[in-house]
Design a protein around this ligand. Structure first.
Ligand code: GRF
Length: 265
């Protein structure tokens, strides 16, 4: 039986926000147009080869505790805070084992410290090569033995040492595959779209190209600036991230070539 098996029906969420949530369905990520809705619960069929997440959560499952998660951050950490708050409820099924950053002095690290969560900083500029940094980051993460890694506003591309060992869930402030990259909100505004949003997806080697687990649409308002739109996106982004990290921890996650879905357990 899974660590948090049976807990999910009691988790009703503690965050609030507005937006139109779009759940992913297996293999739909690259086929749907932006305007099309992708509704419905995540697919639960167990097809194909389950990869890292199910494998690495086995130890957590046998100890009957919450799923250990390492969260990676680079900035203000409001998504991290939402996860910290959710994890305060045992029914959520997540233990934030550590918070890692690519820079010092950020508010996200203070949030982790205030919550008594171990932190580490692993800066690219402290290593001779990007590959060395990737290996060091994998070591830092591995010290906390997570079953899942969450990138919550982490502004670095992860390398193969990390991605081969853990499934990483990322949150992105756009409706992927539209507007990948570091300036997603600015790019959406520049493109003049009437609707953008946020995506929770599994990280692969590309820039925000991994399979999408869930999305929430957010309308662009007249007069929106990059800041005002991003803040409105972040309100729903936190809700979506909390929901899907919790569900991944409680239900398991299967990542396949054709997409990602909940329900490995
Ligand atoms: C989020 O919108 C995330 O998607 C983006 O950066 C923002 C981080 O916000 N990559 P916060 O640090 O969690 O407040």
């Amino acid at each position: 039986m899974g660590a948090a098996a049976g807990l999910s029906p009691r988790w009703n969420g503690t965050c609030s926000g507005t937006g139109r949530q779009i759940s992913s369905q297996l293999g739909e990520r690259s086929s749907g147009s932006l305007g099309s809705e992708r509704r419905g619960d995540a697919v639960t069929a167990h097809r194909g080869r389950p990869v890292s997440f199910r494998t690495v959560t086995e130890p957590a499952r046998s100890t009957s505790g919450p799923t250990p998660v390492v969260v990676l951050v680079s900035g203000s950490g409001t998504n991290l805070q939402a996860l910290i708050d959710a994890a305060g409820n045992a029914a959520y099924g997540v233990r934030i084992a550590a918070v890692g950053a690519d820079r010092n002095g950020i508010t996200a690290l203070h949030r982790a410290g205030a919550a008594g969560i171990p932190t580490f900083v692993c800066r690219v500029q402290d290593y001779a090569t990007r590959a060395d940094w990737d290996a060091a980051l994998a070591e830092w993460i591995g010290d906390h033995d997570p079953a899942l890694v969450v990138s919550a506003g982490f502004m670095k591309l992860l390398g193969p040492q990390v991605l081969s060992r853990w499934t990483v869930i990322n949150t992105h402030p756009a409706l992927l595959p539209a507007f990948p990259g570091a300036h997603a909100v600015r790019d959406a505004l520049a493109a003049g779209v009437s609707e953008t949003g946020c995506s929770v997806h599994v990280v692969d080697a590309g820039i925000d190209t991994g399979p999408v687990l869930a999305q929430t649409a957010v309308p662009v308002a007249p007069g929106d600036t990059e800041e005002s739109l991003h803040e409105r996106i972040k309100t729903v982004e936190r809700v979506l991230l909390v929901e899907y990290v919790g569900r991944a921890a409680r239900e398991g996650l299967v990542v396949e070539e054709s997409g990602v879905h909940l329900g490995a357990r």
